[in-house]
Design a protein around this ligand. Structure first.
Ligand code: ARG
Ligand code: ZN
Length: 858
C-alpha cells in the first residue's frame, strides 16, 4: 500500500506513559507493555485504538487490569475497543531475538541483545502506535541471567537494580523526556565501558560510557574524544546543552546502518566506534568522529524536536548532517571537508536525483520508509539547509535555529515548521525557496559571460529536469557565490552572492577592460550542476590561482571531466587528445609543486573524478569506455610525472605517523602518488607498494599499499593478501577491509575473486558489514559491476534474491545500482533490466526490495 503525506491525520489517542517489562532470553524474550492512553482532543474521536504490530501475537490483552476480549487482529495490527476517554492497556508478547535476522526490533548479536527501532522496528517488539508523533515517557524494567547479560541498559536514567532468583538480575530505567517509539532502546550483554565525565556549560556533570566487548576497550579512545568535542561544540555553536545525567554508547557488530540516536543510549555499528592506528585508517578515524557527532547532535535535532511523520525525515536528518559537517569542518580542514562532502553528494545523490528513484527531500509518498534513508534525504537535505545558512549569514541562521528549537521543543514538527522558524528567526522570505523541499531533480545552471566595452555581462539560466511524477518544474531560488578575476593582475574584486530565482537572469559588471575570468558556485554554494562556457586555459588559470579552494578543485575537475567526455564520445583526434592531456598534466604538476598548498588539500586536488560522477555528466554512459579512458589518462599522467610523483612520495614517507593534519595529509598524498605510479609504471609501483606494506606502522599506509597491490598482477599481491589475513584474523572490521579491498580492486579478475570470497569461511550473509564489504564493494566497483557480459549484474541479482529473505532492508540497498540501467549504453542496459525483471518476478519478495525494484523498472 502506498502511504501519502497528504493523508496525515493526528492519532486518535495519546499515550503519555508506557511501561515495558522484558524477561530476557536470546531465544525467547517475554514483553509486557502497559500503555496509559487517553483521547487526543486534537484528533477525531475513535471507539478503538489501532496498535501496530509486525509478526507478533498478543498472548494476553488487559484493559484497566481486566483480561479483555474486545480486541481483534487486522493483519499484523491489534485493534482494541475502548469505551471511555482514558484507559490502561496491557499486552504481552513473546519474541525470538535470535531468529531476527532482519536486525530490526530486538535482535541478538554475538551473544548480546540489542534493539533498532527506527523507523518501524518497535512494532516487532510490542503492539504500539508506532509513529513519531505519539510521544511517551518510558519506564523500562528488564531481567535476565546475570552471567549472560551482566549489563542491562535502556534510555534515560537507572532508577533501581537488584538480584533475582536463580542467578538472574534486573534493572529499571526511566527516561523523563517524552519520545516516540523509534527512539526506544534496550541493550543486554557482557560489555565493558570506557567511562568519562563531561561538565556541561551550565555546570552539570554527565557520565559518559562507551560500551564494547571485552578486548575492544583499547580502541574506544578516539570515540570518547569525539563525543566530548561534539558536546562542547554543540553548546558553543548551536547553544545546545545535553539534558540527562548519563550518555551511553554501545557498539554492536551486526547492524544495518551506521548508528542510531536513541535517547541517552546511542547504538552504533562497531565500525563507527572502534579505531586505533593499527586497525583504522585516517578515513575511518574521521568516520568515527563524524558519526559520533551526528548521533549526539540528534539529541536536539531529532529527539527534543522530532518528526511529525516519516515524510519529514529530512527535518532531522538533513539538519543533523549539516550540523555534523560543520562540526567536522571546525575540527579539521574546512575546505577539504567541503570537497569530501561534495564528492559524496555527487557520487551518491546526483545519480539518485537523475534516476528512477528520484524524490524530493520531503517525499510525497512511499511504500516502505526504510527505502527513504537516502542520500537525497540526508545529503541534499543538508545542502538545502546550508543554502538557507548561506543566504542568512551565520548569525541570523543561529537566530533561526534558536527559534526553531525554542518553538518546537518537545514537539513532533514538520519541515514547514523549520522553514517558518527560519523565516521568523533569521528574517528571510523563503516563499519560493520552499520549492527545494517539494521539487526533485538537480537543477542545471548554464553560465555564460559576454564582454563589450568595459562591461562584462553574466548570463545565467536554470532548468530543473523532470523526475518521476514531476514533469513540470518551476525555477528555484539558487544562491550562487561568484567572483570575476582580472586576467592580468590575477586578482578579483571580492566575492558576491547572487540569487538566481528566475529561469534566466543577466547581470552586468563594469570596469573590465578585458573579459574577466569567472569563478562560479564558489564553496559549492548550491547543489546544482553548472554548465559553464569556459576555455581550458581559463580552467587552468583557476586551477592554479583561485583563492576559493573549492573553486580551485572544481576547475581542475572540470578540466578533466571535459577532456574525458570528449575522449569517451570519440570526438578527439590524436592531436587534441595530446593537447588536453598536456594541459591536465601540467595542472597536476603545478599542484605537486605548489608549496602554498597543504598536503591534505593537495591530496584532494589529485583525486580524479569518479567513474560514477563521469557517467552522471553523460546522457547515456558507456562504463567500459569511461573506465578505459580514465585509467589511460591516469597512466599518461603517472608516466609523464613519474619523477615528480616519486619525489613527493619520498618526501611524504619521511613524515612520522601521528594524527596531526600534516601527517595525515602526507599519507593521503603518498597514496595518491602511488595510485598514479601504479597506472603509469606498474612494476615500479608494485615494488614500492610491497615495501610500503612491509614497513607500515599504521593501517592507512598498510591499506593504501594493499589497495594498489590488489589491482596489480603478481606474487606480491598474493603474499601480502595472505599476510594481511593472518595478521588480522579475528578482527572483524579489518577482515571486512580484506574483503572490500579485493572486491573493489582494479584487478581484471575482481569478479572471479568475489565469487571465490563468497565461499570463504569468513563470509556470512548474516552480518551487514561483511555483506557490504564484499558485495557493496563489488557493486560500486565500476569495472567489475559493469563487466560487459553482464556477470556483475547477474551476481548482484542472485545476491539480492539470496539476502532478501534474511535481511530485506539491506538487500533493498543493492537495487539502485541496477536501477541505473536507463542511463547506460544499450547492451549493458538490457542486461541490467533483465536482472530487475528477474527479481521482480521472484515470489515472496519483501516490501523493501519490491518497492525498489518496481520503482527502478519505472
Ligand atoms: N537515524 C539514524 C541516523 O541517521 C539512521 C537510522 C536508519 N534507519 C533505517 N531504517 N535505515 O543516524
Ligand atoms: Zn541521522
Amino acid at each position: 500500500a502506498v502511504i501519502r503525506r497528504s493523508d496525515y491525520k493526528p492519532f486518535a489517542w495519546r499515550v503519555p506513559e508506557v511501561s515495558l517489562d522484558f524477561a530476557l532470553g536470546l531465544e525467547e524474550t517475554h514483553v509486557t507493555a502497559v500503555l496509559a492512553v487517553e483521547r487526543n482532543p486534537q484528533a477525531d474521536a475513535s471507539p478503538t485504538i489501532h496498535l501496530d504490530g509486525d509478526g507478533l501475537e498478543p498472548l494476553t490483552v488487559k484493559i484497566d487490569g481486566e483480561v479483555a476480549t474486545s480486541w481483534s487482529m487486522e493483519g499484523n495490527d491489534l485493534i482494541v475497543s475502548l469505551p471511555g476517554d482514558a484507559h490502561q492497556i496491557e499486552v504481552t508478547t513473546k519474541i525470538n531475538p535470535s531468529a531476527n535476522t532482519a536486525l530490526m526490533g530486538l535482535f541478538a548479536s554475538g551473544g548480546m541483545l540489542c534493539t533498532q527501532c527506527e523507523a518501524e522496528g518497535f512494532r516487532r517488539i510490542t503492539f504500539f502506535p508506532d509513529r513519531p508523533d505519539v510521544l511517551s515517557v518510558y519506564r523500562v524494567r528488564m531481567s535476565g541471567p546475570k552471567a549472560q547479560f551482566p549489563v542491562l541498559l535502556s534510555n534515560g536514567n537507572l532508577e533501581a537494580e537488584g538480584d533475582g532468583e536463580d542467578g538472574t538480575h534486573w534493572a529499571q530505567w526511566h527516561d523523563p523526556w517524552p519520545k516516540p517509539s523509534y527512539l526506544f532502546a534496550l541493550v543486554a550483554g557482557d560489555l565493558i565501558a570506557n567511562s568519562d565525565i563531561f561538565n556541561t556549560v551550565s555546570g552539570r556533570e554527565v557520565a559518559l560510557n562507551i560500551w564494547v566487548r571485552e578486548g575492544d576497550e583499547g580502541r574506544t579512545g578516539h570515540a570518547m574524544e569525539s563525543l566530548k568535542k561534539s558536546m562542547r561544540w554543540d553548546e558553543e555553536t548551536f547553544g545546545r546543552e545535553y539534558d540527562l545525567d548519563l550518555f551511553n554508547i554501545v557498539a554492536v557488530s551486526d547492524f544495518n546502518m551506521g548508528a542510531m540516536e536513541n535517547k541517552g543510549l546511542n547504538v552504533f555499528n562497531t565500525k563507527y566506534v572502534l579505531a586505533d592506528e593499527d586497525t583504522a585508517t585516517d578515513v575511518d578515524f574521521d568516520g568515527v568522529e563524524g558519526v559520533i557527532a551526528h548521533e549526539y547532535f540528534h539529541n536536539w535535532s531529532g529527539n527534543r524536536v522530532t518528526c511529525r511523520d516519516w515524510f519529514q525525515l529530512s527535518l532531522k536528518e538533513g539538519f543533523t548532517v549539516l550540523r555534523d559537517q560543520l562540526f567536522s569542518q571546525d575540527m579539521g580542514s574546512a575546505p577539504v571537508k567541503r570537497i569530501e562532502d561534495v564528492r559524496v553528494l555527487r557520487g551518491a545523490q546526483f545519480p539518485e536525483d537523475s534516476g528512477p528513484l528520484a524524490h524530493p527531500i520531503r517525499p510525497d509518498s512511499f511504500r516502505e520508509i526504510s527505502n527513504f534513508y537516502t542520500a537525497t534525504i540526508y545529503n541534499k537535505g543538508a545542502e538545502v539547509i546550508r543554502m538557507i545558512r548561506t543566504m542568512a549569514g551565520e548569525e541570523a541562521f543561529r537566530k533561526g535555529t534558536d527559534l526553531y528549537f525554542d518553538r518546537h521543543d518537545g514537539e513532533a514538527a514538520t519541515c514547514e515548521d523549520f522553514v517558518k522558524a527560519m523565516e521568523d528567526g533569521a528574517g528571510l522570505d523563503l516563499t519560493q525557496f520552499r520549492l527545494w523541499y517539494s521539487q526533485a531533480g538537480t537543477p542545471k545552471v548554464s553560465v555564460r559571460l559576454t564582454h563589450e566595452g568595459d562591461t562584462a555581462t553574466l548570463h545565467l539560466s536554470q532548468e530543473v529536469p523532470p523526475t518521476p511524477g514531476q514533469s513540470d518544474k518551476q525555477p528555484m531560488p539558487i544562491p550562487i557565490k561568484l567572483a570575476l578575476f582580472d586576467r592580468d593582475s590575477g586578482e578579483h574584486r571580492g566575492e558576491q552572492l547572487i540569487t538566481l530565482d528566475k529561469a534566466q537572469v543577466s547581470l552586468s559588471f563594469d570596469g573590465f577592460a578585458k573579459p574577466p575570468i569567472l569563478s562560479v558556485n564558489r564553496g559549492f554554494s548550491a547543489p546544482i550542476v553548472v554548465h559553464r562556457d569556459i576555455s581550458s586555459d581559463e580552467l587552468v588559470f583557476l586551477a592554479a590561482r583561485d583563492d576559493d579552494p573549492f573553486a580551485r578543485y572544481e576547475a581542475l575537475q572540470d578540466l578533466v571531466v571535459g577532456h574525458l567526455k570528449d575522449a569517451v564520445d570519440g570526438s578527439l583526434d590524436d592531436a587534441a587528445r595530446k593537447d588536453a592531456r598536456q594541459a591536465i598534466t601540467s595542472a597536476i604538476a603545478a599542484v605537486l609543486a605548489d608549496d602554498t598548498l597543504d598536503d591534505s588539500m593537495r591530496g584532494e586536488l589529485l583525486v580524479l573524478p569518479s567513474e560514477s560522477y563521469l557517467a552522471e555528466t553523460m546522457l547515456v554512459a558507456d562504463p567500459g569506455r569511461i573506465h578505459a579512458e580514465r585509467q589511460s589518462l591516469r597512466a599518461a599522467i603517472g608516466s609523464a610525472l613519474e619523477p615528480e610523483f616519486t619525489a613527493v612520495y619520498q618526501r611524504a614517507s619521511q613524515v612520522p605517523y601521528s594524527l596531526s593534519a600534516e601527517a595525515r595529509g602526507a599519507r593521503k598524498v603518498k597514496t595518491q602518488a602511488l595510485v598514479y605510479l601504479a597506472a603509469g609504471n606498474p612494476d615500479l609501483a608494485a615494488t614500492m607498494a610491497a615495501a610500503q606494506y612491509d614497513s607500515a606502522n599504521n593501517m592507512t599506509d598498510r591499506q593504501g599499499a594493499m589497495m594498489v597491490l590488489c589491482g596489480l598482477e603478481g606474487i606480491e599481491r598474493t603474499n601480502k593478501l595472505i599476510d594481511f589475513y593472518n595478521r588480522y584474523k579475528g578482527n572483524a572490521l579489518v577482515i571486512d577491509k580484506w574483503f572490500a579491498l579485493q572486491a573493489g580492486s582494479m584487478h581484471p579478475a575482481a569478479l572471479a575473486h568475489v565469487k571465490a570470497l563468497a565461499d570463504h569461511p569468513d563470509f556470512t550473509m548474516k552480518n551487514p558489514n561483511r555483506v557490504r564489504s564484499l558485495f557493496m564493494a563489488m557493486a560500486y566497483n565500476p569495472q567489475a559491476f559493469h563487466a560487459e557480459d553482464g556477470e556483475g549484474y547477474r551476481m548482484i541479482g542472485d545476491f539480492i534474491l539470496a539476502l532478501d529473505p534474511i535481511n530485506p532492508q539491506t538487500a533493498a540497498r543493492f537495487v539502485p545500482q541496477l536501477g541505473k540501467w536507463r542511463r547506460i549504453e544499450p547492451g549493458r542496459s538490457a542486461l541490467m533490466r533483465e536482472q530487475l525483471e528477474r527479481i521482480a518476478a521472484a515470489p515472496g519478495l519483501s516490501r523493501d526490495t519490491h518497492e525498489q525494484v518496481s520503482r527502478s523498472l519505472g
